[in-house]
Design a protein around this ligand. Structure first.
Ligand SMILES: Nc1ncnc2c1ncn2[C@@H]1O[C@H](COP(=O)(O)OP(=O)(O)O)[C@@H](O)[C@H]1O
Ligand SMILES: O=P(O)(O)OC[C@H]1O[C@](O)(COP(=O)(O)O)[C@@H](O)[C@@H]1O
Length: 321
C-alpha cells in the first residue's frame, strides 16, 4: 500500500445523464442520472483508495458547496486536506447518449484569491513528507496562473516525490516545462500541446519522444477506444482495449491514471501495469462514474486486454487514430 497525495485545483460536481440520442430543442426524458463530487484528482483518489492505498486529497475547494465533497471524502476514506476558498465549485454536466456519444458541459467555478498559490505551497510543505507520490489533475480555476501549477510541480519534485500530471492547455504547457515524473494526456490534449493534430501512432510516438527528451520519465497517452501508448525508461508499449458495451467515457482517463500509478508504485512489470490499467479504464466506460476494480467482469476484461511492444512486428506506425 502506498501513500498518495492528489491535488485538484478545480473540483466539480458532475451531473451525469444517460439518455437516448438527444432531440435538441425538445423535451428529453433521461435514463439513469447521477450527481457526484468529481474533478480529476478526486476521481483518481477514489480509484486508488479502492485499490487499497492511503490517499490524501488536496487542492482548492469552494466553501459554498463543500458539503457533498466532504461527505464523499468521509465515505471513501480519503483524508481531506483541501484549502477552502470563497465561492462555488463548478457544475459539470455529462450527457451520455445511447450509442456512446458523450458531451461535456464544464462550467465556471470560483475565482481564486490572490494568495491561493502561496496557501497551497504552504499546505504542500506539510503534506509532501507524508506521501510517496503526487497526482495533480484537472484544469486551472479562474485566476490560477499556469506558473502556479509549475511551482507546485517543482515543489513536489524538489521534495523527491514523483509527480503524475494530468491537465490540459496552458497548464499542460507550463507543467511539462516544470519536469513532472509522468504525464497522461489524451490524444486531443497531446495534439493541442504539439500544435498539430496527431492522427497516427507514429506522430504520437514522435511527440512523446520530444517530451521524454525534455526530462519527463513516463508519458501515458490515452487514445480512447484505440487503447493506450506508454513510453517509459523501460521502453514503449501499446495496449488494446477489450470489447465493451460503451455507456460513458467520463472518468476513464482518471481511472487509467490511477491504475498506472497503482502498478508502477507496486513495482509490477510494465506489461502487467499497462494491462491492468487499460482493463480498469475499459471497465469504467461501461457505466457512469469511476472504474471499479471489484466489478465481477473485471477479470475477464483483463484477460482480453492486449499489450504489445511498440513498434511491434507488422506495425509501422501508420495506424490511424
Ligand atoms: N470506447 C472505449 N472502449 C474501451 N475502452 C475505452 C473506450 N474509451 C476509452 N477507453 C479506455 O479509457 C482510457 C481513457 O480514455 P480517454 O477517452 O482516452 O481519456 P480521457 O477520459 O482522459 O479523455 C483509454 O485509453 C481506454 O483504455
Ligand atoms: O478539470 P477539467 O479538465 O475541466 O476536467 C474535469 C472533468 O474531468 C473529469 O475528472 C473526468 O475526466 P476524464 O474523463 O479525463 O477521466 C470529470 O469528473 C470532471 O468533470
Amino acid at each position: 500500500m502506498a501513500r498518495i497525495l492528489t491535488i485538484t485545483l478545480n473540483p466539480a460536481l458532475d451531473l451525469s445523464v444517460e439518455t437516448a440520442p438527444l432531440a435538441l430543442g425538445e423535451v428529453n426524458r433521461t435514463g439513469h442520472t447521477l450527481m457526484e463530487p468529481a474533478g480529476k484528482g478526486i476521481n483518481v483518489a477514489r480509484v486508488l483508495a479502492r485499490l487499497g492505498h492511503s490517499v490524501t486529497v488536496a487542492g482548492l475547494l469552494g466553501d459554498a458547496n463543500a458539503a457533498p465533497f466532504e461527505r464523499l471524502f468521509e465515505a471513501e476514506g480519503l483524508q481531506d486536506s483541501f484549502v477552502r476558498v470563497p465561492g462555488q465549485n463548478r457544475n459539470n454536466i455529462k450527457i451520455a447518449e445511447a450509442g456512446g456519444r458523450v458531451t461535456d458541459l464544464n462550467g465556471p467555478g470560483f475565482r481564486v484569491p490572490d494568495d491561493a498559490v502561496q496557501r497551497l505551497q504552504l499546505r504542500l510543505k506539510s503534506l509532501l513528507p507524508e506521501c510517496d507520490a503526487v497526482v495533480i489533475g484537472g484544469s486551472l480555476p479562474d485566476g490560477f496562473p499556469p506558473s502556479g501549477l509549475a511551482n507546485l510541480v517543482e515543489q513536489a519534485s524538489q521534495a523527491d516525490k514523483p509527480v503524475w500530471l494530468d491537465t490540459s492547455g496552458a497548464g499542460l504547457k507550463a507543467g511539462i516545462k516544470a519536469g513532472p515524473y509522468a504525464i497522461k494526456p489524451n490524444t486531443d490534449e497531446l495534439s493541442d500541446w504539439a500544435g498539430t493534430p496527431l492522427k497516427d501512432l507514429a506522430s504520437v510516438a514522435a511527440t512523446v519522444d520530444g517530451i521524454r527528451a525534455g526530462g519527463v520519465s513516463h508519458v501515458v497517452v490515452s487514445m480512447g477506444a484505440d487503447g493506450v501508448f506508454w513510453s517509459s525508461p523501460a521502453g514503449i508499449l501499446r495496449s488494446r482495449v477489450p470489447p465493451v458495451s460503451l455507456v460513458s467515457t467520463v472518468c476513464a482517463g482518471d481511472t487509467l491514471l490511477a491504475g498506472m500509478l497503482h502498478g508502477v508504485l507496486g513495482g509490477q512489470s510494465e506489461d502487467t501495469v499497462l494491462a491492468f490499467a487499460t482493463a480498469l479504464s475499459a471497465e469504467c466506460v461501461q457505466h457512469i462514474g469511476v472504474g471499479d476494480p471489484e466489478a465481477p467482469d473485471f477479470p475477464s476484461l483483463l484477460q482480453q486486454t492486449r499489450v504489445q511492444p511498440w513498434p511491434g512486428q507488422n506495425n509501422t506506425g501508420e495506424i490511424r487514430l
